[in-house]
Design a protein around this ligand. Structure first.
Ligand SMILES: Cc1ncc(COP(=O)(O)O)c(C=O)c1O
Length: 392
C-alpha cells in the first residue's frame, strides 16, 4: 500500500513561478487583454528562439494545425499523410480542410514516421501534404522528409507540439525544431503538459511570407485590411473578409505568460534532460522495459518518457505504478484505429504493425521540470520493484 502522505506524481505538469504570475497580473492592469503587445512580443520571442522568420500565435495547437492546413489552400479532397502514433489533432486538421487522411507506419527505432514507409506510400498515392510528428520530442528526420517532398512534390507541416527545444544535426549543422529549415511550417502547442505553457495556446512558425499572411488572416475570420488584397477601400475603418477563417486568436494574458515561460525554456530543457538521463541510467539494462530512443543526430527535449513493457501486462504496470502514487499515461492509441477513421476509411487492425505493436506495450512515466529528485527516485524505485515482482 502507498504511504497516503506521499504526494501523487502526475505524468506531466506545468512549472509556474512568481515571475509568470507577475507577468500575467501586469497585463491584467494594462490596456489590452487580447491581441495587444504581448501577442506580438511572444511571436517575436518565438522567432528568436526557433530561428523561424515568422511565428503566428493562436488559441491552441489544434488551431495551429488547422491554420497551417488552411494556409496551404489545397483543393477539396486533397491527400494528407501523418503518423498513427500521435494525438488525433494531427490527423483531424486534414479532415477539417476537406482532405483525405492516410497514415504511414512508425519506425520502431525513432517512434516517428518511417522514412522507408513514407517513400513506399508516396509511390502508391501522391500526398499533397505530410504531417510528421516529432513524437515525445524526438525529431522525425525532417531533412529526409524534405528530400522526399522534393521528389514527390508534397508540402510539409511539422507537428512539433512535443518538440519545442529539440534540435537535430545534418552534415554537422544544428537545427532547432520549429526553425522550418526542412519544412513549410511547424506547429507548437503550449498546453500545460508541454515544454512551455500559456494555459491553452499554440503557434505556427514558417519562413514563407505568403503563408504567414494567410495564417494571420485565417486566424481572424479570413479578414484583411491589406489594400492590395481588398476589392474596395471605404476608409480607415474598412476591412474585407476574403476567405473563410475562424476566431483562433490568443489573448495578451496568455502571451504574457508565454514570454515569461520562454525565458525559462533553457532551464526546463536542462531539467527534462537530467531526469531522462537518470531514468536511462537506471533502466537501460533492464529486460522488463525498452526506454525511449535517441536516434543519431538528434538532441530531443523529451516531452514524455514512453517506455515499452516487455513480457508483462501493461495494465498491470499501470495499476502497480498507480498503487505507488505514480500516474502514467498511454501515448497514443493509434489514430487509424479510432472509430471515426475506421468508419470513414475502412482502416483495418494490422495495417500499421509497428504502431500497433508499440501501442500494445507503451506507457509514459512522469516527466516534467517541476519534478523533485525524490520524485524521480520514487519512480525509479517503483519501476525496479515492479520489474522484480512481475518477473518473479
Ligand atoms: C502531437 C500533438 N499534436 C497536436 C496537439 C494539439 O495541441 P493542443 O492540445 O494545444 O490543441 C497535441 C496535444 O496534445 C499533440 O500531442
Amino acid at each position: 500500500m502507498r504511504d497516503p502522505n506521499l504526494p501523487l506524481i502526475p505524468y506531466g505538469k506545468q512549472l509556474i513561478d512568481q515571475s509568470d504570475v507577475d507577468a500575467v497580473v501586469e497585463t491584467l492592469h494594462g490596456d489590452y487583454l487580447t491581441t495587444g503587445p504581448s501577442v506580438e512580443g511572444f511571436e517575436e520571442a518565438l522567432c528568436e528562439r526557433t530561428g523561424a522568420k515568422f511565428a503566428i500565435a493562436c488559441a491552441n495547437g489544434t488551431a495551429a494545425l488547422h491554420l497551417a492546413c488552411l494556409a496551404l489552400e489545397l483543393p477539396k479532397g486533397f491527400s494528407g499523410f501523418t503518423s498513427p502514433i500521435t494525438f488525433v489533432a494531427s490527423a483531424n486538421c486534414i479532415e477539417y480542410c476537406g482532405g483525405s487522411t492516410s497514415f504511414v507506419d512508425i519506425n520502431p527505432n525513432s517512434l516517428c514516421i518511417s522514412i522507408e514507409d513514407l517513400e513506399r506510400r508516396c509511390e502508391e498515392m501522391r500526398p499533397d501534404v505530410v504531417i510528421p510528428v516529432h513524437f515525445a520530442g524526438i525529431p522525425a528526420a525532417p531533412e529526409k522528409i524534405q528530400a522526399l517532398a522534393s521528389k514527390f512534390h508534397f508540402k510539409i507541416i511539422e507537428d512539433a507540439a512535443h518538440a519545442l527545444g529539440s534540435t537535430y544535426s545534418v552534415d554537422n549543422q544544428r537545427y532547432e525544431v520549429g526553425q522550418c529549415a526542412h519544412s513549410d511550417m511547424a506547429i507548437l502547442s503550449f498546453h500545460p503538459v508541454k515544454t512551455i505553457t500559456t494555459g491553452e495556446g499554440g503557434a505556427v512558425t514558417t519562413n514563407d511570407p505568403i503563408l504567414a499572411e494567410r495564417l494571420r488572416r485565417y486566424r481572424s475570420h479570413g479578414i484583411t485590411r491589406n489594400p492590395e488584397l481588398m476589392k474596395a477601400n471605404h476608409g480607415p475603418w474598412y476591412y474585407e473578409q476574403i476567405g473563410l477563417g475562424f476566431n483562433y486568436r490568443i489573448t495578451d494574458l496568455q502571451c504574457a505568460l508565454g514570454i515569461s515561460q520562454l525565458q525559462k525554456l533553457n532551464s526546463f530543457i536542462e531539467r527534462r534532460r537530467e531526469i531522462v538521463a537518470r531514468y536511462n541510467d537506471a533502466f537501460s539494462r533492464l529486460d522488463s522495459i525498452i526506454t525511449p530512443p535517441t536516434p543519431s543526430g538528434t538532441m530531443p527535449c523529451y516531452h514524455i518518457y514512453p517506455i515499452q513493457i516487455q513480457g508483462a501486462s501493461r495494465l498491470e504496470w499501470y495499476k502497480e505504478l498507480k498503487a505507488e502514487g505514480i500516474l502514467t499515461q498511454v501515448h497514443y492509441i493509434p489514430v487509424h484505429t479510432q472509430p471515426y477513421y475506421v468508419e470513414k476509411y475502412g482502416n483495418q487492425t494490422g495495417q500499421f504493425p509497428h504502431a500497433e505493436q508499440y501501442y500494445s506495450t507503451c506507457l509514459s512515466l512522469p516527466l516534467f521540470p517541476a519534478m523533485e529528485d525524490e520524485h524521480v527516485q520514487r519512480v525509479i524505485n517503483a519501476v525496479m520493484k515492479i520489474t522484480e515482482y512481475v518477473s518473479s
